[in-house]
Design a protein. Structure first.
Length: 205
């Protein structure tokens, strides 16, 4: 039974990577707006039903992590893990969310190029903004439950949550799109580098 589950999981991983490979290859060659889900399916040798078993949209197959950010386990972790920095906890949550979505260097390199496509960039920013709103609600909940974690006493917990969510969103975008990051770096390494660069800029401003 264990071997059967292992083989099933391996097949699932291979199918996901085949879809991502097809999606990024076609968009890298032709542009984000000129590729359809049907063409990705045909190139990957799968049905539309199979595609949507793995990805919620063309955007998520081309750009990476799905739009779903906070499942019940991550929600519980975020709300209950002891911390002295909600920003650090938020960044850790985003990094965990990205793990496993950039397993291929070739796909990572394509996504880095695709990020400069105006239509892809617009879609990515929309998805990142939606994630920021989602995480901001959680941040607000944590800040209201533990006021001692707040850093900005002059504004509401909602405003502070929006600030933290905005910072996290920009770190995520920099990690995914910066042309200065080697595509061979793991997404976790790029994420850490993005945080380092933003801290360096902040200290120098």
């Amino acid at each position: 039974m264990q071997e059967e589950l292992s083989l099933r999981e391996q097949k699932r991983i291979e199918t996901r990577q085949r879809i991502e490979d097809s999606a990024t290859k076609l968009v890298d060659e032709r542009g984000f707006s000129d590729v359809t889900v049907e063409e990705i399916c045909e190139n990957a040798g799968i049905s539309r039903r199979t595609f949507f078993n793995y990805f919620d949209s063309k955007d998520s197959a081309v750009l990476g992590a799905s739009s779903t950010l906070v499942d019940s386990d991550r929600r519980d972790y975020f709300l209950n893990t002891p911390t002295d920095s909600v920003l650090k906890l938020t960044l850790d949550l985003l990094k965990t969310h990205l793990q496993g979505h950039y397993s291929s260097d070739v796909i990572a390199e394509r996504r880095q190029r695709i990020a400069s496509d105006p239509a892809a960039a617009l879609s990515a920013m929309g998805r990142h903004r939606a994630k920021a709103v989602e995480i901001s609600r959680l941040i607000r909940q944590r800040l209201e439950a533990e006021p001692e974690l707040r850093r900005l006493s002059e504004c509401s917990a909602e405003t502070e949550a929006l600030i933290i969510g905005g910072i996290a969103r920009e770190v995520l975008w920099l990690a995914m799109a910066s042309p200065d990051f080697d595509s061979a770096m793991s997404i976790e390494e790029r994420f850490d580098k993005a945080i380092e660069l933003m801290n360096t800029f902040r200290k120098g401003s």
